[in-house]
Design a binder for this molecule. Structure first.
Ligand code: IMP
Ligand code: MG
Length: 176
């Protein structure tokens, strides 16, 4: 068990399970994007670890870019997604793969969809390490998913509780 700020968390997903999930997604990306010079667009802050691991496993040319969005306060979403750092690269005509740590309600994804459509990107897909099917409320199909998890608040492997826990190499869930 660990404590972050006022909350307690217990081990939930091991390093080995995370590693397997990343390998699965990386294999799918290698198959789908081989020879296509994709742009991997990581969503900061949460996706930094997943982005690093999945990009290291990609064989062939690719480019890497990041945007920074935020919606969470404490352990719940505010419903309002703020763009903290926007796009700084032309993506028109490129194969874009959005890299997310977790897709929860899908609000963040919706905001990214809006940004990419304004950019004139015709084709893009989402690869996420974690997915909460019970919380997801949008129609946009998420093509590459590492692990489906129940609707619980988790930390570790890039995910935080009010800034803490991103450095943990395994995933913990909030103790009930
Ligand atoms: P959405 O916009 O509701 O899909 O939430 C997406 C963002 O909220 C993620 O990129 C995370 O930064 C954050 N988030 C969602 N669920 C969790 C969680 O269980 N723990 C920590 N952060 C989360
Ligand atoms: Mg995030």
């Amino acid at each position: 068990m660990i404590q972050l700020h006022d909350l307690q968390f217990e081990p939930f997903i091991s390093e080995a399970e995370i590693e397997n999930a990343i390998t699965k997604v990386a294999d799918q990306l290698n198959e789908e994007y081989h020879g296509k010079n994709p742009v991997f667009l990581g969503v900061l802050n949460g996706a930094f670890m997943f982005a690093s691991e999945v990009i290291k496993r990609f064989k062939g040319d690719c480019e890497v870019s990041f945007v920074k969005l935020g919606s969470y306060e404490g352990t719940s979403t505010t419903g309002v997604v703020k763009t903290l750092v926007g796009l700084n690269q032309q993506l028109k005509g490129r194969n874009v793969v959005i890299l997310e740590d977790i897709v929860d309600t899908g609000n963040t994804l919706e905001e990214i969809n809006r940004i990419l459509e304004l950019e004139g990107v015709e084709e893009y897909q989402v690869a996420t390490l974690f997915f909460k099917p019970e919380a997801y409320k949008k129609a946009f199909e998420i093509k590459f998913k590492g692990l489906e998890i129940p609707n619980k608040f988790i930390v570790g492997y890039g995910l935080d509780y009010d800034g803490l826990g991103r450095n943990l190499t395994q995933v913990y869930k909030r103790k009930e």
